[in-house]
Design a binder for this molecule. Structure first.
Ligand code: SAM
Ligand code: SF4
Length: 333
């Protein structure tokens, strides 16, 4: 599927839940959140049907996210079925990692069970290596669990394990080099992500925002000049740089400051309540689940997909005094 601006859509990011076992301030409002009822959330059957139709239209890669996807019951058997959908050749998961080391009834870690199910990559969020900062940022004292999850992911043998760290001024600066060293020691691909206005508006302020260029400058002051590696591409919008003398690559995801950020966008998002969103940074969303539940056939759902792709904006609206409508946890990061 191609949109009006030449974006080729091959990537569907699917949120399977709005629930989470953590409370990151930049993602979820601190006041008690009302969860969606079970009925409002897409069933696994419904998600699989949408994925099958998406695959017929050219979707090749799917990433499972949330909320915290590993809090949803039977996520492993669901992933197994998702990995078998004809045409889908890459399934990944985004997780805070805290449940990856959890042992399944059959004795495998959740990470190992996901690998056996066919999940190829795990993107794990870790913003800090300091236990107290972790607790303050996530609202939970799960630092050890997150580290155990990273180890479990490495042991399980995912093809790729990436670390994602969101940049927050007056907090991340001290964490940058530690995270780079941590990723190097474990052979993880680390990416730093600029804060985006997808949470309550009080979080995304000038006071909290740390641009990727500044993070890069701080790192270069410590490690020496990083070499840009425009030749290195994953399936996302990160710009990669090589750390001198190490062969380590580090990614920078500058959604706010990189004006070419949207040029190569290949994504659609499906929220856990079945809204198809053409862009994270736009309020446009289309109620696919309502179509499904009113009995739409596969051809009608395919037409719905194409309609959403046609409405995909040229670029996100985050720079235009964007007011968040939904929290990240409710969209799916
Ligand atoms: N719970 C999982 C996790 O934390 O990885 C998956 C969902 S989470 C919404 C996906 C990613 O979005 C995480 O890497 C998280 O750090 C990032 N994220 C959440 N809120 C964000 C914000 N306001 N700006 C930038 N990234 C954000
Ligand atoms: Fe939960 Fe992930 Fe959002 Fe943190 S970033 S609150 S772990 S969904």
């Amino acid at each position: 599927m191609e949109d009006r601006f030449g974006h080729l859509i091959s990537y569907l990011r699917i949120s399977v839940t709005d629930r989470c076992n953590e409370r990151c301030g930049y993602c979820m409002p601190s006041e008690l959140q009302e969860w969606l009822s079970r009925d409002e959330v897409m069933s696994y059957e419904e998600i699989l049907r949408v994925t099958e139709i998406g695959a017929r239209l050219g979707v090749r890669k799917v990433r499972i996210t949330g909320g915290e996807p590993l809090t949803r019951r039977d996520i492993v058997p669901f992933c197994e079925r998702l990995c078998r959908v004809a045409g889908i050749d890459d399934v990944g998961i985004s997780t805070n990692g805290t449940l990856l080391a959890k042992v399944q009834p059959d004795g495998r870690t959740t990470a190992a069970a996901l690998v056996d199910a066919g999940v190829r990559s795990a993107n794990i969020s870790l913003d800090t290596l300091d236990r107290e900062t972790y607790r303050a940022a996530t609202g939970r004292d799960y630092f050890d669990r997150a580290l155990a999850g990273i180890d479990a992911a490495l042991e399980a043998g995912f093809e790729k394990v990436k670390l994602n760290a969101v940049l927050m001024r007056n907090s991340s600066e001290e964490q940058l080099s530690g995270l780079v060293n941590f990723a190097h020691q474990r052979g993880l691909l680390l990416r730093f992500i600029e804060l985006m206005p997808v949470s309550t508006s009080d979080v995304l302020t000038e006071r909290n925002f740390l641009p990727v260029a500044e993070a890069l400058r701080l790192l270069q002051a410590e490690f020496g000049a990083f070499e840009p590696r425009p030749d290195f591409k994953t399936n996302g919008p990160a710009s990669y740089y090589a750390v001198p003398g190490r062969g380590q690559l580090v990614g920078f995801i500058g959604a706010m400051t990189n004006f070419h950020f949207c040029d190569s966008c290949n994504k659609l998002r499906l929220t856990c309540d079945g809204k198809l969103r053409p862009c994270l940074g736009s309020h446009l969303e289309f109620d696919l689940l309502a179509e499904i539940r009113r009995g739409a056939d596969d051809e009608q759902i395919a037409a719905f997909f194409r309609h959403v792709v046609e409405r995909k904006p040229r670029e996100h609206e985050f720079r235009d005094n964007y007011q968040p409508g939904r929290q990240m946890v409710a969209i799916g990061g």
